[in-house]
Design a protein around this ligand. Structure first.
Ligand code: PLP
Ligand code: LYS
Length: 436
């Protein structure tokens, strides 16, 4: 068995072909370079420095369009938390998507982007009074309530017919990582369907004269592969709609559609989702004699993950019980391996060569600051080499921190051979600004 076969799920930078589906659309190998959005990444690294996140605009836009095309008549709501950035929100507005914001801060970014509030939905298991006031003041069209306390608080703050959806916990295990599974009973989000809390929430919202119940919402979790989980959610949610005793105009199935991270991972079956979920919706509504509600979906990761590639510079290589390849970023730009055991492919740009397994680690003062374990890189990998990590467009910029007071990397949008920063690199002045 070859080394590559022993490590089937990891990327091998020495191969002349790119892993299917992991990289932005149109990414190609030219000589020893990697070209994204018409630009060689060695040039991007030289011009913008490392670490840096490259984001292919065309890939983002075409994935947004794919959701609209697959689900005619549905409202496609971009989960703004997956890549909070006014320019990305602008692309979504232009493509005709709506936007989910989960705090006054995300709402401020959306407003900076000029995103129409009539196409915004606010989420969150905790919305502070400031979040709710901001949503009301700026006319966020729907607020998804998540607790009895919140229904009472929003009822008191709202003055005129604020549209509301109720977040329901349908009790579905969608087989994803426990830390991102939100459809099951034992987690903090939503009103339990099984216990009757969801139905009680319907009554409480209806009692509030300043609120208007327009929809029910559920979100099963993130990085979900199984379409059957969504089908089951439709069955349970339509049964709930039938028992509400009031017209429910919208059914929001949340997001969570998986993205490929490693060689061999498949993309989400969007066509299968559309076919089976719309079929289930029509069938269940006919069965329970309720008018079919308008469908909403809230994709985040599946639109932006594979549009993003992070570039790192190798700073040191250390041989011990394994080969550690240390780079100039780490858990401050990608905490996902530490949080969820997430795995990534890594490619060395600029050279090929015989491969060996290495562990790519970050620069932070944590032994758990590991970006990718046992990936194949050329055996002569050395300081100064450039590494490219695909599938880093979702929940990377969003989750980035200043641990060790490391400045956060920029996001560089690329399209048709033109690169422009849409998030600039953080500076020490930015860091110092908050200290008193
Ligand atoms: C309410 C809600 N909608 C949508 C999403 C987007 O999820 P994903 O990026 O996995 O599509 C999330 C995050 O999991 C969420 O909490
Ligand atoms: N932050 C998580 C996903 C959480 C989705 C938001 N509810 C991730 O990186 O996979």
């Amino acid at each position: 068995m070859t080394l590559a076969e022993l490590l089937p799920s990891t990327g091998c930078s020495t191969e002349p072909v790119l892993e299917d589906g992991l990289w932005p659309d149109g990414t190609r190998i030219a000589g020893q370079d990697l070209v994204i959005g018409g630009l060689p990444v060695t040039q991007l690294a030289a011009r913008f420095g490392t670490p840096c996140q490259v984001l292919d605009e065309q890939t983002v836009r075409s994935r947004a369009r794919a959701f609209l095309a697959a689900l005619p008549g549905a409202e496609v709501v971009f989960a703004g938390k997956s890549l909070p950035c006014p320019e990305v929100y602008r692309w979504m507005a232009q493509e005709g998507l709506s936007l989910d914001v989960s705090s006054a801060g995300e709402l401020a970014l959306a407003r900076a982007a000029g995103f129409p509030a009539t196409r915004m939905v606010m989420h969150g298991n905790v919305k502070t009074a400031e979040d709710l006031k901001a949503a009301l003041e700026h006319g966020v069209s729907r607020i998804v309530v998540d607790s009895f306390d919140e229904i009472a608080q929003l009822g008191a703050l709202a003055t005129r017919g604020q549209e509301v959806m109720i977040r329901v916990t349908p009790g579905i295990d969608a087989h994803t990582h426990a830390k991102i599974a939100t459809g099951v009973e034992d987690q903090k989000f939503g009103f339990s369907l099984a216990s009757g809390a969801a139905l009680e929430a319907v009554l409480r919202v209806v009692e509030q004269p300043s609120l208007r119940l327009v929809g029910l919402h559920c979100h099963l979790g993130s990085q979900i592969r199984l379409v059957a989980s969504y089908e089951e959610a439709v069955r349970r949610m339509v049964r709930l709609i039938a028992s509400c005793g009031t017209r429910i105009e919208q059914l929001d199935l949340g997001g969570g559609f998986c993205a490929p991270y490693l060689r061999g991972d498949s993309d989400f079956d969007l066509a299968g989702f559309a076919h089976r979920v719309l079929g289930a919706l029509n069938y269940e509504c006919a069965l329970h004699r309720v008018p079919p509600p308008r469908l909403l979906v809230e994709p985040g990761r599946s639109i932006v993950a594979n549009a993003g590639v992070t570039l790192y510079r190798v700073c040191a290589v250390k041989e011990s019980v394994r080969t550690f390849v240390a780079v100039d970023g780490g858990m401050s730009d990608n905490p996902r391996p530490a949080l969820y055991g997430a795995k990534y492919a890594v490619r060395l740009v600029g050279r090929g060569g015989k491969p060996k397994p290495v562990t790519v680690v970050g620069r932070h003062c944590e032994a758990g600051d590991v970006l990718a374990e046992d990936v194949l890189l050329p055996r002569d990998v050395h300081a100064g080499d450039l590494l490219a990590v695909p599938a880093t467009g979702a929940y990377h910029h969003a989750l980035a921190s200043n641990y060790n007071q490391v400045c956060r990397p920029p996001v560089i949008a690329v399209k048709d051979g033109v690169a422009r920063p849409i998030v600039r690199r953080e500076t020490e002045e930015d860091l110092l600004r908050r200290y008193v």
